[in-house]
Design a binder for this molecule. Sequence first.
Ligand code: NAD
Length: 321
Amino acid sequence: MRYRRLGKTGIQVSAVGYGASPLGNEFGPADVEEGTRAVHCAIDHGINFFDVSPYYGRTLAEERLGQALQGKRDRVVLATKVGRYGADLETGFDFSAQRVKRSIDESLGRLRTDSVDLLQAHDIEFGDKQQILHETLPALEEIRQAGKTRFIGVTGYPLRLLREVAETSCVDTILTYCRYNLLDTAMDQVLAPLVDSLRVGLINASPLHMRMLTEKGPPDWHPAPKRVGEYARRAAEACRARGVDIAELAMQFAVARPKVSTTLVGMSKVRHVEQNIRMVSKTPDPALLAEVQAILSPVANVCWKSGRAENDDAEAEDKQS
Ligand code: NAD
C-alpha cells in the first residue's frame, strides 16, 4: 500500500481508503459477516483510512463498522460526519450547533470509540452557507477542543461551494465525490490547487462513480442524467472486449492522481478489497485509457444538481433527465 499526507493534518493515509456506505446497505443488502471480513482484510492489507456517516443506512453503517473495528481502532484513521441524517430535503438535514454536538456523541457510541480522527459536515450544499460557516464549523471546532475529533472537514458535490468554504474557514480536509474519475475530472481544476495554497487534505470519493464504472452498473437511485449511464455501459463493453474489468481501469486512473491524499472506494466484499488494493501499484494501459476516454467524451464532466439551488455548480443538470 502507498501512503500520502492528508494535507496540513500531517497524518499519513493509505492511497486507497475504505468507504463504509455499502456496509449500511446503500448499494443493496450487505452480508454482515462478509462486511466484517472485508474491513479486517482492508486493515491487514494496509488500508488505514475509513470513512462513514450516520446517514449511511441511517446509522447502520456506523454500527457495523464500529463492531468490525473492535480491538482494531488504533490501527485506523477514522472519519465520520454530521448534518445529514435522511434523504428528505426538509427533515434529512440539520447543521445546527446543537444537533451537530449531539450527533458526534451518538456516532462515538455506535463506533465504540472515545474520539474520531476526522469529523466532517456532510453534504454542505443542502445547508445554508452562512450557517455552515458561522454555526456548524465553529461547533466542529468546539468538538475538536473537547477532544472528540482531531481534525475537521467538509464534504459535498458542488465544487465551487467547497472551494469557497475552504477559502473562508479553517477546515483541514475537503471530500468530494464523483468529481475525479473516468467520467468527471472537474475536481482537478477547482479543488486540487487548494492542496498547495491552503494545504487542505483532498479526499476523492466514488472512483467508480457510485458503481456506474463497474460491470454491474449503477443502482436505481443514481442521480446522473440517464445518458451518462449509457456511455459508461459502452465503455465497460470496450474494456471487456480487451479482457479488462472497467472497475480496475477506473481505480488505476483515480489512484494515480498524486494531489489526492486518499481515494475512497465503497466496499463490503473481500474480493473488492483485494481487487482494489491490487490496482494501487498499477498504471492504466495508455491505449485502453485513450479508447475509454474517447467513448466517454460526449458525457465528460456532466454533473447534476445537488442540494440548494444557490449552492449548485453553474453547469449542473437536472438529475436522471
Ligand atoms: P464507489 O464509486 O466507491 O462505488 C461503490 C460501489 O462499487 C459499491 O456497490 C461496491 O460494492 C462496488 N465496488 C467496489 N469495488 C468494486 C470492484 N472492484 N468491482 C466492482 N464493484 C466494486 O461509490 P461510493 O461507495 O458512493 O463512494 C465511496 C465512499 O466515499 C462511500 O462509501 C463514502 O464513504 C464516501 N462518500 C462520501 C460522500 C459524501 O460525503 N458526500 C459521497 C459519496 C461517497
